[in-house]
Design a protein around this ligand. Structure first.
Ligand code: ME8
Length: 665
């Protein structure tokens, strides 16, 4: 029988900067749903991508002095790398600069124009560039963007409009007839009360061409409004209107989408403009729009200017993708805002992963090795205790499924942990060490087998949430992925084969020293200084590692670091563009350094060694990932390297023939 289909999407992200942990959250949530549906037998199509035609992307590239597409290419590479690391199982990644998208957006525009849904008029109103949204005078709050509170710009230009009002009644009816169209429900009420019921105005859908974006067909003075362009990605990626047989078949198979996932601030575009565009195209509407909450920092939303943006790569480097995924899915109540703190993350990793899950596995595997020779034992007769465990597992699996069906990831994980905790209690109560001592081999085999089988059940259930962990667990259980690890096998007790060797490897989730982790992370993620205790120390004991000459130590080289420590420092080649003295600071110079992707302002204490004129045009090596500091009132975003000995100081440089932005490694 043909598998049922499931089409799920993330928003397409603006590639004007690297993604932060908020984007990682949205994508992880989407991935978890996609993986779960695959496990349940659906033919899943998972789409993500980047929204590249926005004016703010173009501006950011211009500020960095880069060609826009080259600038975007670099960011897209960093996004794809992050997604790979996080285990995001997308089937397609659409870039809105691709011909497969741009050509179809123009066809859609023409189609709607010919139908009379689009007309040329005159726009006069306000535009918020960071949000790429139009606002009327009435909608502004204290003269600012009602969504983000930033300044808006006055726009007065001939523009194309979409007759939204034509479809408002149909949309209101759709909401009424499909109570699950928007979740959580609170967001549906917001849409109805703030936008639909007051009356929909026609939407301006073009901007005067600004050198970037998809031109309006037949009128290239205008580019198509980025939201009309962006929203259609969900159908262009499937091949809508592509004219080729494969694309048309994909579209026929997967449209309408089952779920569009996003955070709350863009629900308006998806729940109002998008359905109306689809109605105008005579296409069915997506089945559901999920507007989750925001991941916040203690001091509010993450923003570059506040310096509170958390790079998920740092957390993946340190704890692995699955630990990060677990924390995000377990700690944030889906639909609501959640505050990200390192403390909360450390606690989760320690209590849930290292203590509960790590212990269950480690204790079990150790005992199998110690008491039964490292081979999965054949269980003896079962008792009421095991029957009780079977019932608990059956209930937990149902809870996981029901929770996932309502996107309550925290409840689903908590249900899995009822099995983990029961497993640990079972070991405590059954005391296999006492059974071994009493040489009760039959009961010992039953208890150890039951515990191992619980680990198998947990590994199956963890798959949607933590994709890298279950295969490692199977390896330790000597289990081969197959019928015994299928989703359905989670509710079938005692499917773990016996007689095979287990592999007692390292604990998957080691216990963390919370105070030390938090301090080191504060330095890495938030840029706070390390305490004296944790600062890398000068070597005081002789270096004993083979192959390292004692000379290193004699010259005062600090303790050895691993290659991982070194690669945390981002060294790039830069060219000094301007250099000037800083008033009342005779040692400091203010430099502007071109590092390829941007121009950095750096304050450097080299004024006694170099004149500004000597520096302009020089290639230097910049530590690019230092947290900004302010020196004598001037912000410094990085540090340039120099060699010093006694009174002498010479800048570290590289030979010509390499462009600014090149990595030094
Ligand atoms: O809005 N917490 O792109 P965008 C949770 N291109 N999720 C967050 C978040 C946070 N703090 N910050 C960002 C756009 N996100 C448009 C979308 S779709 C046709 C076009 C996630 O780069 C969340 O999914 O600003 C949010 O909706 C999205 O990133 C916004 O990404």
């Amino acid at each position: 029988m043909d598998k049922p289909t499931f089409y799920i999407t993330t928003p397409i992200f603006y590639p004007n900067d690297k993604l932060h942990i908020g984007h990682a959250y949205s994508t992880t949530v989407t991935d978890t749903i996609a993986r779960y549906k695959r496990l349940r037998g659906f033919d899943v199509r998972f789409l993500t991508g980047t929204d590249e035609n926005a004016q703010k992307v173009h501006r950011k590239a211009q500020e960095a002095g880069r060609d826009t597409l080259a600038f975007v290419d670099d960011i897209v590479a960093s996004i794809k790398n992050l997604f790979t690391r996080l285990g995001i199982s997308y089937d397609d990644y659409i870039r809105t600069t691709e011909p497969r998208h741009q050509e179809i957006v123009q066809k859609i525009f023409t189609k709607l124009y010919e139908k009379g849904d689009i007309y040329l008029g005159q726009y006069e109103g306000w535009y918020c560039t960071p949000d790429e949204s139009y606002w009327t005078e009435r909608q502004l709050v204290d003269g600012r963007c009602p969504d983000c509170g930033r300044e808006v710009e006055r726009v007065r230009e001939p523009s194309y409009f979409f007759r939204m009002s034509r479809y408002a009644d149909r949309l209101i009816r759709h909401y009424e007839e499909h109570p699950d169209f928007i979740v959580p429900e609170s967001r549906k009420h917001e849409m109805q009360n703030n936008f639909l019921l007051p009356g929909l105005e026609d939407l301006c859908i073009s901007r005067a061409a600004a050198g970037w974006g998809i031109p309006v067909p037949g009128d290239p003075k205008h580019v198509i409004y980025v939201w009309l362009d962006a929203l259609t990605n969900y159908i262009t990626a499937l091949g809508y209107l592509s004219g080729d047989a494969e694309g048309e078949a994909l579209f026929a198979r997967f449209w309408p989408a089952d779920v569009h996932v996003m955070a709350k601030e863009i629900v308006r575009f998806h729940a109002i403009y998008w359905p109306i565009m689809l109605m105008a195209l005579d296409l069915p509407l997506p089945k559901q729009i999920i507007g989750h909450g925001w991941l916040l920092m203690k001091d509010g939303k993450m923003s570059k200017s506040k310096g509170n943006v958390v790079d998920p790569n740092v957390l993946i480097d340190r704890y692995g993708a699955d630990a990060l995924r677990y924390f995000l899915l377990r700690d944030i109540a889906f639909g609501q805002d959640g505050v990200f703190t390192l403390e909360a993350m450390m606690e989760r990793l320690n209590f849930d992963l290292a203590n509960d899950l790590g212990n269950l596995m480690h204790r079990t595997l150790s005992m199998v090795e110690r008491f039964v020779g490292g081979v999965v034992p054949e269980p003896g007769p079962l008792t009421e205790v095991e029957a009780g465990i079977d019932a608990l597992v059956a209930e937990a699996v149902s809870q996981v499924e029901q929770s996932l069906d309502r996107y309550d990831f925290a409840a689903a994980l908590s249900a899995i942990w009822t099995i983990v905790r029961r497993g640990n209690r079972y070991i405590d109560e059954m005391a296999p060490w006492a059974l071994a001592k009493a040489e009760d081999t039959s009961r010992l085999a039953t208890v150890l087998y039951t515990t191992l089988d619980l680990v198998r059940v947990v590994s199956i259930l963890l798959q949607p949430f933590m994709p890298h962990t279950p295969p490692r667990m199977w390896e330790q259980l000597g289990l081969v992925a197959g019928p015994d690890t299928d989703w359905e096998a989670a509710r079938q007790p005692r499917r773990l084969p016996f007689g095979q060797w287990i592999d007692k490897a390292e604990p998957i989730f080691p216990r963390l020293d919370v105070a030390k982790e938090i301090e080191e992370l504060d330095a890495l993620v938030m840029g706070k200084p390390l305490s004296a205790e944790l600062r890398p120390k000068e070597a005081s004991a002789p270096v004993t590692e083979p192959g390292i000459s004692a000379g290193n130590e004699a010259e005062g080289v600090a303790t050895l670091i691993s290659i991982d420590d070194f690669t945390r420092v981002e060294l790039v080649v830069g060219r000094v563009v301007t250099a000037e003295k800083i008033e009342k600071a005779d040692k400091l110079l203010k430099l502007h350094i071109d590092i390829g992707s941007e121009t950095r302002q750096v304050v450097s204490g080299i004024a006694r060694f170099y004149t500004p004129e000597q520096l302009v045009g020089q290639l230097v090596i910049l530590v690019a990932n230092l947290k900004p500091v302010t020196l004598r009132g001037v912000e410094s975003h990085g540090m340039i390297l120099a060699a010093s000995a006694g009174e002498a100081l010479v800048l570290a440089t590289v030979s010509e023939g390499i462009a600014p932005g090149a990595k030094v490694k």
